[in-house]
Design a protein around this ligand. Structure first.
Ligand SMILES: [Zn+2]
Length: 449
């Protein structure tokens, strides 16, 4: 161990092992012996005392400036075991991050705050249930034609298959019959009223004729209702009547209600088809649902975040290990599962290339935003020196550099930060160890000069 001075008891053990791992040069030039008691008081003064003039602080210099500086040993200063502290750099090898070796340090990518501290939850890809439908004829019949193949994309209104339906044909015939009966009833009622006014017929005949007209009108409404239920619209019904004769065909096309892809098809020509049969599954797969769960204790944070705007989410599936799909939370379930104490959360993910398929197992990460979508970090990542906040960001390889940040609101152990780029690798766990190392070494160099 190269340090010549003991440290405060609380940090001594951990700093001792850290110093070895960091390969620090420490205060090599300092050779002034000191008693333990005197040293302890000096140590506390150091912690509180300014370590560098503000204008000379590495926190005021650009990363580029700091990383291109050369030290008296004619090497890049940040790589120099003796001088790197002057540019606010600490060195930490990968072993420091290895959980198997104690894992004194850990980093996080600066970004939106992951729910639950960043652990992914399980989920499943589902069809967008608002845009997926099993199609069947609206009246029982016989399948007469199949117009689309599996996997085909279809347009709204496109005919997918046709069923010949006796009920449909009968309804059309009924319309024609009723229409004729209605005309007759209207004429009869008019004539009876006319005759009654001339005193030829009793009022009773008028009332009977008007009752017959009312009944026929009601029957016509019922037939029109059946035709509407079979998928004809009022315009099509009017066209049937204008034509003077209702077509004798009972052929009913089954049409796509929206643009989508044919995902399932169990149709055979000549087979009987009933309303409600699952003959063809049409789904709009350009967006899919991912159903996941959050724990009861996280529901409140999720709902709070939702009020600020859509909560972003990332989704990954085993089929595409290199891809991350982006989506947002669309719905948080209103009830908790009593057994697991979790709430169901629906994430919607754009799926333009149709890579995500219903039934795929997914890993889901929900990201809670900072203010105006800013970055958030765990509070322990943010350190202070002379009243300024900073974090350690990985600069190159094992070298981590101090960078000033501004801080915003803090919530649930996380704090909003400004001043670093999204995706920057920031030391979270053990950041204070790097801080101690830099400050101690700066002091060491300073006290010897
Ligand atoms: Zn040097």
């Amino acid at each position: 161990m190269s340090h010549t001075r003991p440290h405060s008891p609380g940090h001594r053990a951990v700093l001792g092992s850290l110093a070895l791992l960091l390969a620090t040069a420490g205060c090599q030039k300092a050779n002034v012996p000191a008693t333990g008691a005197a040293d302890a008081s000096k140590e506390s003064q150091r912690t509180a005392a300014p370590v560098a003039k503000a204008e000379g602080s590495d926190l005021n210099r650009s990363v580029r400036d700091l990383l291109t500086a050369t030290c008296e040993h004619k090497i890049p200063m940040y790589t120099c075991d003796e001088c790197r502290y002057e540019v606010g750099v600490a060195k930490a090898g990968e072993e420091m991050f290895d959980p198997a070796q104690g894992g004194k340090l850990a980093t996080i990518r600066a970004g939106s705050r992951p729910l639950g501290g960043g652990s992914d939850s399980n989920g499943e890809i589902r069809l967008n249930e608002e845009r997926a439908v099993y199609l069947s004829p609206l009246a029982p019949g016989v399948v007469r034609s199949i117009l689309v193949d599996l996997g085909v994309r279809v347009l709204p209104g496109q005919a997918l298959f046709e069923v010949e339906s006796n009920e449909f044909r009968q309804a059309k015939a009924d319309l024609l019959r009723i229409e004729a009966a209605l005309k007759l009833a209207e004429a009869t009622a008019t004539r009876e009223r006319d005759l009654h006014e001339k005193g030829v017929c009793p009022r009773k005949d008028v009332l009977e004729a008007e009752a017959a007209l009312g009944q026929t009108t009601a029957e016509r409404s019922a037939v029109v209702g059946r035709l509407l239920a079979f998928g004809l619209d009022q315009h099509a019904i009017d066209q049937l009547l204008v034509g003077g004769a209702v077509s004798q065909s009972g052929l009913m096309p089954v049409r796509a209600p929206f643009a989508g892809t044919v995902l399932e098809r169990s149709l055979s020509l000549g087979a009987q088809a009933q309303p409600g049969d699952k003959l063809l599954l049409l789904a709009d797969t350009s967006r899919v649902w991912v159903i996941t769960t959050v724990y009861e204790r996280e529901v409140a944070a999720l709902l709070r975040a939702q009020r600020l705007g859509p909560v972003q989410a990332t989704v990954s599936v085993a089929a595409y290990p290199d891809l991350t799909f982006k989506g947002h939370v669309e719905q948080v379930g209103g009830t908790l599962d009593e057994a697991t104490r979790t709430a169901r959360v629906r994430v919607v993910v754009d799926n333009p290339d149709n890579l995500l398929r219903a039934g795929m197992f997914a890993r889901v990460r929900l990201l809670l935003p900072g203010a105006s979508g800013g970055l958030t970090l765990p509070e322990q990542a943010v350190l202070e020196d002379e009243g300024r906040s900073f974090v350690f960001v990985r600069a190159a390889g094992p070298y981590f550099i101090r960078r000033p940040v501004t801080t915003g609101r803090a919530l649930d152990g996380w704090v909003e930060v400004g001043g670093i780029e999204p995706g920057a690798e920031v030391v979270v766990k053990g950041a204070f160890l790097l801080k101690s190392d830099v400050l101690r070494s700066k002091m060491g160099a300073g006290c010897a000069d």
